[in-house]
Design a protein around this ligand. Structure first.
Ligand SMILES: NC(=O)c1ccc[n+]([C@@H]2O[C@H](COP(=O)([O-])OP(=O)(O)OC[C@H]3O[C@@H](n4cnc5c(N)ncnc54)[C@H](O)[C@@H]3O)[C@@H](O)[C@H]2O)c1
Length: 348
C-alpha cells in the first residue's frame, strides 16, 4: 500500500492499494470514532462495490446505512442533496458520525457537500472508483453541486479525513470513462511533471496505473498544500479547462465528455501560446500525439467567438479578465491574466 500525506488545514492520508476497499472498515476505524456511517453511492457503483464496503464497515462495528442515487451528472443537484440530508437525519446521524463517498467525481462532490453542510459539517471519507476521481476530484476538498445557472456553482471547501483508492475498481469502469480520466492524467504531466509525461508516451498508463495515480495525487497534494482555496497556484490545475468548460457548455454537457473537452482545450490553448512564442516549439505536437494515444479528440469545429462568449461567463473569469494556464514547456506551467477582449486575437 502507498500512502500520500496531505498537509492542508486539516491533514489526511491518501491510501493507494489493490483490494483496499475490502478493508474499508479497519481503515476507517483508524481515523474515526463515529458510531454511524452513511455510504453514498450511485446505481452503477452500488452493483459492484456497495456490499463489500458496507459489510466491511459493519464488521468493524459501524452502524451503516446506504444511500443510492441515480448515476450521472443530472443527479448532481440540490434535490439529491436534500434527500441525503433526510436520509442522514432519519438515520439519526450526529455530528461525530461520518459520510463515505463511494463512486466517481459526482458522488464525491455531492457526498462531500452534504457532509460539509449537514449539522454545519461532519467528517467524510472518499473512496473514489472512477479514474477521474482517483487522480483528481477525491483530493483537495472541493465539493458541490450544479444549479440551472451553471456547473459547480454551489459548494464548499471541505477536506476529507481519509481517501482510499483501490485501483482494482477500474476493472469495471467503462472505457469511455477511462479515456475521460486520462485527460486529467495528461494534464498533470503537462503542468508539473515532464517525467510523468514521458512515461505516458513510452508506456501504457493502464498497465502501471497504481504508479500513475500516485504521481497525479502527489502533484495535486503539493499544489493544494500551497494553495488550498485556489487563490493562485491551484489555478494551474485548470490547464485546458477554461476552453474545455466553454466547449462543454456549447454542447450542453452532452456529446462531449469533460475529458474530451479538456483534451481539446489543452490543444487549443497550446496552439495559441506556441504561436505567440510563449511556449517551446514542439510542445503542441507532443500533446496532440499523447491525447490521440489515449483515445482523446484534439480538435473541434465550434466557433471561436462562441467559445470566448462562454469563457466570459465562466465563474472563474473576473473583472473582464480570464486566467489562462499556459505551458512554457512540458512540465512547466504558468498563469497569464488575459483581458477577455484580447482573447480573440490570442486564440485566432
Ligand atoms: N472536486 C473536484 O476537485 C473535481 C475535479 C474534477 C471533476 N470534478 C467533478 O467530477 C464529476 C465527474 O466525475 P466522474 O466522471 O467520475 O463522474 P461520475 O461520478 O458520474 O462517474 C462516471 C460514471 O462512471 C460510473 N462509475 C464510477 N466508478 C465506476 C466503477 N468503478 N465501475 C463502473 N462504473 C463506475 C458512474 O456510475 C458514472 O456512470 C463532475 O461532476 C465534475 O464537476 C470535481
Amino acid at each position: 500500500m502507498k500512502t500520500v500525506k496531505v498537509d492542508t488545514s486539516s491533514p489526511y492520508d491518501i491510501l493507494i492499494g489493490r483490494g483496499l476497499i475490502k478493508n474499508a472498515g479497519p481503515l476507517v476505524k483508524n481515523v474515526s470514532d463515529a458510531e454511524k456511517i452513511t455510504v453514498i453511492t450511485d446505481t452503477n457503483v452500488e452493483k459492484y462495490y456497495a456490499e463489500s464496503v458496507v459489510s466491511s464497515l459493519k464488521n468493524s462495528g459501524f452502524d451503516t446505512s446506504l444511500f443510492v442515487y441515480e448515476a450521472g451528472e443530472k443527479s448532481k443537484n440540490l434535490g439529491t442533496i436534500e434527500k441525503m440530508y433526510s436520509h442522514m437525519a432519519d438515520f439519526r446521524m450526529s455530528r461525530k458520525d461520518i459520510v463515505v463517498a463511494l463512486g466517481g467525481g459526482v458522488c464525491g462532490d455531492m457526498a462531500g457537500f452534504a457532509a460539509a453542510s449537514y449539522m454545519r459539517g461532519i467528517d467524510f471519507i472518499q473512496i473514489p472508483t472512477s479514474l477521474l476521481a482517483q487522480v483528481d476530484s477525491s483530493v483537495g476538498g472541493k465539493t458541490g453541486v450544479d444549479i440551472a445557472q451553471g456547473k459547480n456553482l454551489v459548494g464548499a471547501f471541505h477536506q476529507p479525513v481519509l481517501v482510499i483508492i483501490d485501483p482494482d475498481t477500474l476493472s469495471t469502469l467503462p472505457d469511455y470513462y477511462i479515456n475521460d480520466g486520462m485527460a486529467e492524467v495528461i494534464k498533470y504531466g503537462c503542468i508539473k511533471d515532464s517525467a510523468l509525461f514521458k512515461i505516458l508516451e513510452e508506456k501504457n498508463a493502464l498497465e502501471i496505473i497504481d504508479d500513475v495515480i500516485e504521481s497525479c495525487v502527489s502533484i495535486k497534494r503539493d499544489v493544494v498544500n500551497r494553495d488550498e482555496k485556489e487563490s493562485g497556484e491551484r489555478m494551474l490545475l485548470n490547464f485546458g479547462h477554461t476552453l474545455g468548460h466553454s466547449l462543454e457548455k456549447i454542447y450542453n454537457f452532452e456529446g462531449l465528455s469533460h475529458g474530451q473537452a479538456v483534451a481539446i482545450g489543452m490543444v487549443m490553448i497550446t496552439e495559441a501560446s506556441e504561436k505567440a512564442g510563449l511556449t517551446e516549439k514542439g510542445t503542441l505536437e507532443k500533446i496532440i500525439s499523447l491525447c490521440k494515444k489515449y483515445n482523446l479528440p484534439v480538435s473541434d469545429n465550434a466557433d471561436v467567438d462562441e467559445i470566448i462568449n462562454y469563457c466570459a461567463s465562466d465563474k472563474k473569469a473576473g473583472g473582464g479578465n480570464v486566467n489562462l494556464v499556459l505551458l512554457r514547456k512540458i512540465g512547466d506551467s504558468f498563469i497569464r491574466k488575459t483581458p477577455l477582449d484580447e482573447l480573440n486575437g490570442f486564440l485566432g
